[in-house]
Design a protein around this ligand. Structure first.
Ligand code: MN
Length: 599
């Protein structure tokens, strides 16, 4: 019996650690396994994407382009694959067509072979420019269907999308199931229709979150799928992907063959199992099967990010409320699939709605832009009243959003100036301006330093440290629940906890090295009356829009805060005159503080 070849893409170097350890795997910890990975027989290795690029610059202080070149050299026999957000590239906004062209060309030049290109709204107009650029570079352009479940999504609609991408020149079609929502039945139907209609290879990328992915993989193979994504078992399961080795073994007595060498996979996976321990502080709590995703539809990467973000807000206990709010926000926005950047847009707005205790009291700038049409066409009609409120008197956008974005590379080059020593640096700056600037300055000054890794806990010391306890001070008792902590920086450490159920941020600063106690944020009075403008989330002040003496109307934006990678306008709580402004651009603020006083 001739066996049909099933090609495997391993996501160990990108999606797997993104889903399980907040994208923190360092290049130095990838390299020792590369020889095994390169010889195992993979069709491709996914190794680059928005979150890996971001984490490199923001936390690891690595040059993401250098990572790509290093992996290219370490993996000479295997295709390298990346995930590209269409006109968003790896950032959180739409770029001018010239930036898209330059980014794809540089990625190809530095060693990328396969570009999996998607748009969060499945609006194919947002894929046009990048597919064209990949073809121009002579590389593999993969058109992607972001799979989601909603009253307006069905297999015929996905088939139409796939045809449109084929017409644009896509070399293959990927089904991207971010949240593990695919069922075996739908998988068989969708793969069958794609294979019957198009003469292109079909890839399946299905997350293990809900526990259905291995069944979907099997159904897909029976329906004619050509490629399947898996993760080495050391980083498989949970919100990551089904294990590579299990699939290889499962096919032994069946009509399919992966061609992968199980012994080499075993070596690599044993290595990664040890390496994973180094990153214990970033472990997602969602590393088992979680069937609540079937209702919340929250994809893997988003789940661990949300958990981390809520931890930082000292509000991890609200995660269930956030999961309940997400489907409601999603409906209001016309059922976008939940994938970057819509997952952040929907997720952050849901967090704000929950923490503020009132829905859409503040609306993030991204939700406003989304409702205006800057991200493309929503799959279904959006909530008209919300749209009117968010967009105000400005025009709605009907055409391909990038048509309205002028070429911007020259301007970006000017902005970053001498800090860029190569065109790649300009593109890094284009993706994440603030983080890239900090990175490039530190590189210039020779002060690059990755965020610290906490030591691996010794075995046999009694398991995890207690995070819940009672303290008694001056005769008063408090229930403390520590929900998160930042590493020490500038002699100061920040803890997030609830005290009798109320979220608090606590700063510990050492007095012995000259620091006076207290933190850099805080020190402001607590909000006690209606005219006290405060925030529902800790964050940084991006802009202050009022000054003392200004007259404001209730609902007027008075400041812009950045929290969880999103900018949000904070609005005047009442109409009146501004009596005091207690913040400046760049300040760190926490909930409950008076930021602006209106009377
Ligand atoms: Mn994924």
């Amino acid at each position: 019996m001739t066996k049909r070849k099933i090609h495997i893409t391993d996501v160990i170097l990108r999606d797997a650690h993104q889903s399980l350890i907040a994208t923190r795997l360092r290049t130095e910890d990838m390299l020792p396994a590369c020889e095994w990975l390169d010889q195992a027989g993979y069709w491709s290795l996914e190794c680059w994407g928005g979150a890996t690029f971001d984490a490199c610059v923001r936390f690891l202080k690595e040059d993401p382009w250098e990572r790509l070149r290093t992996l290219r050299e370490a993996l000479p026999n295997t295709r390298l694959q990346m995930l590209l957000r269409g006109q968003n590239l790896l950032g959180y906004r739409h770029y001018g067509d010239d930036v898209v062209g330059a980014f794809v060309a540089k990625a190809a030049e530095n060693g990328m072979d396969v570009f999996r290109i998607f748009d969060a709204l499945n609006d194919v107009r947002n894929l046009e420019t990048s597919i064209k650029a990949v073809k121009k570079a002579g590389k593999h352009a993969q058109g992607t269907i972001c799979y989601t479940v909603s009253p307006v999504h069905n297999t015929d609609a996905y088939l139409e999308q796939a045809k449109a991408m084929a017409d644009m020149g896509a070399d293959s079609i990927a089904i991207k199931d971010m949240a593990g929502l695919l069922t075996p039945g739908v998988t068989a139907e969708l793969v069958g229709k794609l294979k019957d209609t198009l003469d292109l290879p079909v890839f399946l990328h299905s997350h293990a979150t809900s526990g259905m992915a291995p069944m979907c993989q099997w159904a897909a193979m029976e329906a004619g799928v050509d490629h399947i994504d898996t993760a080495l078992s050391a980083f498989a399961g949970g919100t990551s992907h089904p294990p590579t080795e299990s699939l290889v073994a499962a096919l032994h007595d069946a009509g399919f063959d992966t061609g992968l060498n199980l012994e080499l996979l075993d070596k690599a996976t044993r290595y990664f199992r040890e390496v994973r321990k180094k990153y214990h502080q970033f472990e997602s709590e969602y590393n088992g099967v979680d069937t609540s995703v079937l209702l919340s539809q929250v994809p893997g990467g988003m789940m661990s990010n949300l958990a981390n973000q809520l931890k930082e807000q000292g509000a991890l206990d609200r995660i269930q409320n956030v999961f309940e709010e997400i489907p409601r926000v999603r409906k209001d926005l016309g059922y976008p699939p939940l994938v970057t950047p819509t997952s952040q847009i929907v997720g952050t707005q849901a967090v704000i709605n929950v923490l503020a205790g009132k829905r859409y009291e503040s609306i993030t700038n991204e939700v406003k832009k989304y409702l205006q049409g800057w991200y493309g066409k929503a799959p279904a009609a959006v909530d008209q009243e919300l749209q009117r409120r968010a967009v105000g008197k400005e025009d709605l956008i009907e055409e391909r959003p990038a048509n309205l974005i002028p070429h911007e590379l020259d301007e970006l080059r000017k902005q970053v100036g001498d800090l860029a020593t190569a065109e790649e640096d300009v593109l890094t700056y284009a993706m994440f301006p603030d983080q890239a600037r900090a990175y490039l300055e530190q590189r210039r000054d020779g002060t690059l330093e990755p965020e610290p890794l906490e030591p691996i806990p010794a075995k046999g010391t009694g398991g995890p440290v207690d995070t819940k306890f009672k303290i008694t001070v001056h005769g008063e008792s408090y229930d403390i629940h520590v929900t998160g902590a930042n590493p020490v920086s500038d002699g100061e450490r920040r803890f997030y906890m609830t005290v009798d159920g109320v979220p608090e941020e606590i700063h510990l600063a050492s007095l012995s090295d000259g620091n006076e106690g207290g933190g850099k944020s805080g020190g402001r009075a607590s909000a006690t009356k209606e005219g006290h403008v405060t925030t529902s989330m800790p964050g940084n002040i991006v802009d202050v829009l009022v000054k003392e003496g200004d007259q404001v109307e209730a609902g007027d934006p008075v400041l812009i805060i950045e929290a969880m990678k999103m900018e949000t306008e904070v609005k005047a709580t009442i109409s009146g005159s501004v009596k005091g402004v207690f913040i400046a651009k760049g300040d760190r603020v926490v909930p409950g503080e008076v930021l602006v006083d209106i009377e």
